[in-house]
Design a protein around this ligand. Structure first.
Ligand SMILES: CC(C)(COP(=O)(O)OP(=O)(O)OC[C@H]1O[C@@H](n2cnc3c(N)ncnc32)[C@H](O)[C@@H]1OP(=O)(O)O)[C@@H](O)C(=O)NCCC(=O)NCCS
Length: 228
């Protein structure tokens, strides 16, 4: 299901942290795999993935968001875990807008409680930001809708599930690859010029640099804290 839901965003599999450790974390922490099934049909309708890690009491949540959780959980191997780091929630198109993802966020808080952890930290990928890649994340997060609610639906869901916003992690997922790598995801036909180019599914633009021969994608996310 993760592959199906994330297919459009497969470039995110190439952050060094994801590439090096994600599969290993899946293997090591089966307790962090959450699967939601339809009670009548048994059909899988949503999945979540989270991992245990240790965060010092006074430590600030870092700019490196998602990549930092993966690197840290991989290095710590679950020792002295006091917090759960959320890595993904996946709901296929057919099952969206029913509150399933919101329930999975709450389920992660239950996992935290069961393991004696004080909460869940989530580097959230605001789903509506794909339509505004050139707006700074800090500005986007402050937007409200015409009913005075948080504008972004996925951030709104996290808050509805009891989360509190803890600031932007502006280097949450960083992918730097040769320019040709990006051709499948670029929304313009040619990447022949330097500059900032929107990507399908990207929350920020790709920066193309022909002198170095690389395209760099630096994804900003938003830290959300769910206490248990
Ligand atoms: C982001 C994603 C997980 C959201 O999934 P979802 O199940 O549609 O999300 P939610 O649980 O937040 O849905 C809640 C919405 O459904 C509606 N809803 C309908 N019935 C509901 C119910 N019984 N309970 C709660 N909400 C309900 C709510 O109105 C709410 O919308 P609102 O905030 O505008 O009122 C999903 O779009 C997805 O998998 N995207 C691709 C991968 C991704 O980006 N994952 C997140 C990054 S980690």
């Amino acid at each position: 299901m993760e592959n199906e839901v994330w297919d459009e965003l497969a470039f995110l599999d190439y952050t060094p942290a994801h590439f090096a450790h994600y599969e290993e974390l899946l293997e090591r922490h089966p307790e962090g795999h959450l699967c939601m099934t339809d009670a009548e049909t048994g059909e899988l309708v949503a999945t979540g993935m989270c991992v245990p890690l240790n965060l010092a009491n006074d430590a600030a949540l870092p700019r490196e968001g998602w990549d930092w959780i993966v690197d840290t959980a991989s290095a710590q191997k679950g020792h002295f875990a006091n917090i759960i780091g959320a890595l993904s929630i996946s709901v296929p198109e057919a099952h969206r807008h029913r509150g399933l993802a919101r329930d999975l966020v709450k389920a992660m808080a239950v996992v935290a409680d069961l393991h004696g952890c004080s909460g869940v930290i989530a580097p959230v990928r605001p789903s509506g930001k794909t339509n505004y890649p050139f707006i700074e994340m800090g500005e986007y997060v402050a937007w409200g809708d015409d009913r005075g609610r948080i504008f972004d639906p996925w951030l709104r869901s996290h808050v509805a599930a009891g989360g509190t916003l803890r600031g932007v992690c502006d280097r949450s997922m960083v992918v730097e690859k040769p320019i040709e790598f990006w051709e499948d995801w670029a929304t313009v036909e040619s990447l022949s010029r330097d500059g900032s180019i929107p990507l399908r599914g990207g929350l920020a633009p790709l920066r193309v640099d022909h002198r170095k021969g690389v395209g760099s994608y630096v994804e900003p996310n938003v830290w959300v804290w769910h206490a248990v």
